[in-house]
Design a protein around this ligand. Structure first.
Ligand code: PMV
Length: 344
């Protein structure tokens, strides 16, 4: 047993926590996709997304003063080397902008209420939560004009859009003078009714190809210029759909964006595909439902899972019909939401 002076000594070695923050952040689903980047995590085209509500990453960060910079990371209560490495390299990037961050030790505990790396954008919610914690920390150190969206973007581009909601634009577009490659800004939903998202889980395994690899394949992609032009055009169409409450126009754009994203993957110098046979079955079912008069459209991110976008008032009925046809597939019901929340 340690003696009293030893205990006192050991306690004096314990890092003193000088800042504590806990934030929850939702993922977002892109209606117009970000695919391809340049410089320091800037998008080659503007993107537009819907922030979700129920799916969440929750991150607790405890900061203590330290002579040597350090990070330890617990993911769902356990050490995770992959996440630790990614977070360490995120800090290295941030330290170039905010050198004072190197004078501390960070203890980070993070967990998701949904499976990570499945195409439900866990990197978006993850970096939105961590970037926000760091934003609050920098503010506590006296830094002004901190953009949490910008901090999140430096971890994962799409994370810039999870800070606020319900609809966010990231990347310079003629639609909005204040739009920027550095941070996302909210978009007025106009007359559009509230929207819901039925997330269909087709594959819970981590995906084989990362988004980073996909973005880098866009650098020399033969359809790069056409893609950039389409994304600009589609942002304008989505804006018009919102302004006029034209759900059909919105649906047509989001489906064509999802198909274009996956077509770009298949036609890159190293072709790859992430959709599975079940993804196609669900896409066909969505078309059948529309032929029967249901207002439902699909979109996909970089994975096999599929998001069914509906008006919120139709969501339950469409989800029930989905369950009758695909009883083996797990679904999560989500809806448009407002972004991060500081818990403590
Ligand atoms: O933020 P990243 O690097 O994980 O890229 C996300 C890319 C897509 O999800 C496919 C599209 C998007 O805009 O969210």
């Amino acid at each position: 047993m340690a003696t009293a002076p030893e205990i006192e000594f050991l306690q004096s070695m314990k890092p003193i926590v000088i800042f504590e923050c806990e934030v929850s952040a939702p993922p977002n689903i892109a209606f117009v996709k970000y695919w391809g980047k340049f410089g320091e995590q800037k998008p080659i085209n503007p993107s537009l997304s819907m922030t979700l509500t129920y799916a969440k990453t929750q991150t607790l960060m405890k900061v203590s003063k330290s002579d040597v910079f350090g990070v330890d990371v617990l993911f769902e209560g356990e050490r995770h080397l992959g996440f630790k490495k990614r977070i360490e390299s995120y800090f290295q990037t941030l330290i170039r902008y905010y050198p004072e961050l190197s004078e501390y030790h960070y203890h980070i505990e993070t967990s998701n209420n949904f499976a990570h790396s499945t195409g439900i954008a866990s990197s978006a919610s993850g970096f939105a939560a961590l970037g926000s914690c760091l934003g609050y920390f920098l503010e506590s150190l006296g830094r002004e004009n901190i953009s949490k969206s910008e901090l999140a973007r430096l971890g994962s581009g799409s994370a810039s859009r999870s800070i606020m909601g319900p609809f966010m634009i990231w990347g310079t577009t003629t639609l909005k003078g204040e739009s920027s490659d550095l941070e996302a800004i909210p978009m007025n939903p106009g007359a559009m009714e509230e929207l819901g998202d039925i997330i269909v889980i087709i594959n819970e395994e981590p995906k084989e190809i990362s988004s980073s690899m996909g973005h880098s394949l866009m650098e020399s992609h033969p359809y790069k210029n056409a893609r950039i032009q389409n994304a600009h055009r589609n942002i304008l169409k989505v804006y018009k759909a919102f302004r006029d409450n034209d759900f059909e126009l919105l649906g047509n754009v989001i489906e064509s964006e999802a198909l274009e994203l996956h077509a770009l993957m298949m036609t890159s110098a190293t072709p790859f595909w992430l959709i599975l046979p079940e993804t196609l079955s669900v896409m066909n079912w969505v078309k059948e439902m529309r032929a029967k008069g249901e207002a439902v459209y699909f979109t996909l991110d970089a994975g096999a899972n599929i998001h069914l976008i509906t008006k919120l008032k139709d969501q339950r009925v469409i989800a029930e019909k989905f369950k009758e046809r695909f009883s083996e597939l797990k679904i999560l019901l989500d809806r448009q939401g407002l972004g991060i929340e500081r818990i403590r």
